[in-house]
Write a protein that binds this ligand. Sequence first.
Ligand code: ADP
Ligand code: ASP
Ligand code: MG
Length: 411
Amino acid sequence: MARLVLKFGGTSVATIERIRNVARHVEREVKAGHQVAVVVSAMSGTTNQLVTWVKEASEFYDPREYDAVVASGEQITSGLLAIVLQSIGIKARSWQGWQIPLNTDDSHGAASIQDFTGDRLIAGMDSGEVAVIAGFQGVASNERIATLGRGGSDTSAVAIAAAVKADRCDIYTDVDGVYTTDPRVVAKAQRIERIAYEEMLEMASLGAKVLQVRSVEMAMVHRVPVYVRSSFDAPDASNWNGTLVCDEDEIMESQVVTGIAFSKDEAKITLVQVADKPGVAAKVFGPLADASINVDMIVQNVSSDGKTTDMTFTVPAAEFARAMDVLTKAKSEIGYGELRGDKDVVKVSCIGVGMRTHAGVAVKMFKALAERGINIQAITTSEIKISILIEAAYTELAVRTLHTLYDLDKV
Ligand code: ADP
Ligand code: ASP
Ligand code: MG
């Protein structure tokens, strides 16, 4: 007997018929003798609707009430799945975040999960009852409902798997695994059999939204094996495809580049003619840090007069207006000629643990993009990834080019 956590995303619970399908997956595991906890998302589209209503109600909303509203989508699906399971003769009950209790910090809207015990869930499962848990939510120290940020049900699932010491966490979604790049954008994308935690963390952080970033961090820290698979596979199929997210040592063969991610959630800012002297970077990035704005890629050019420099960097698109405002206000303090902003950019990243031992990956990338006439505006690298910033119109061309370049079309 194993203890399993199964998570079903929004598309997988979008209608009562699909919830019945989810129940059949649960039934299969229960009949195989496993203890099962299920984590559900809200029906697809529901959370967006709830967020819209909050914003319509008031532009300056109380974040605690935002959470009270947006957490309700998962409350509905947890109850519905429990009802459907009971109707097919499986003992089940729903659990809201506060009933577990799944503790979080007080950052409403994007709360982080704190230590919590799975004792109540375990006691329920020991009594032969399937635990149907509302994902995306917990309870903050002020005893108010807190949500975990968009896509947060993945993190609920992995956290619960760690807390109940589950043997595996199965993430059921609308694709049958993690692909070499978003399969909805590149038809030649291939399913990856096994991917290392570190690679998955980079893929998710750099734009592959198949798993929420924090869920991968959590899986890596607690060594939870995560299996990504499709809820649309026949519940009674004997063999199914998927992707195991696991330790690097458990992967036999690996490519130099495992996957390509891209994110349009970037904005580029350039400060023209900043003084080229010690302390200037601190003057530029200090006010942004004070405003909790994360700066990602940074490029600095020495200009021809040798006295001033142009400084280019990226911030999350959602923070663009605020960043421009902060820099405008700090103009006299920083001392620059002109402030330029551009939201029409995309960050494309190649990821793979094989880069640790292979040189020349970046050069190959730069050459291939140059041949396609794609101009690189900024570059960052780390041990296992290279990211470039380009004009958004070239996203698909760049991703396809790199996908072919690194032999990912035919894995
Ligand atoms: P869920 O509602 O089940 O949580 P999401 O929409 O959050 O599902 O995540 C699944 C989607 O992630 C897929 O439909 C796919 O378009 C997208 N995606 C982006 N990059 C990848 C990738 N590398 N592999 C698989 N899916 C990806
Ligand atoms: N329902 C939430 C969202 O849409 C959480 C999730 O689906 O993971 O972001
Ligand atoms: Mg998701």
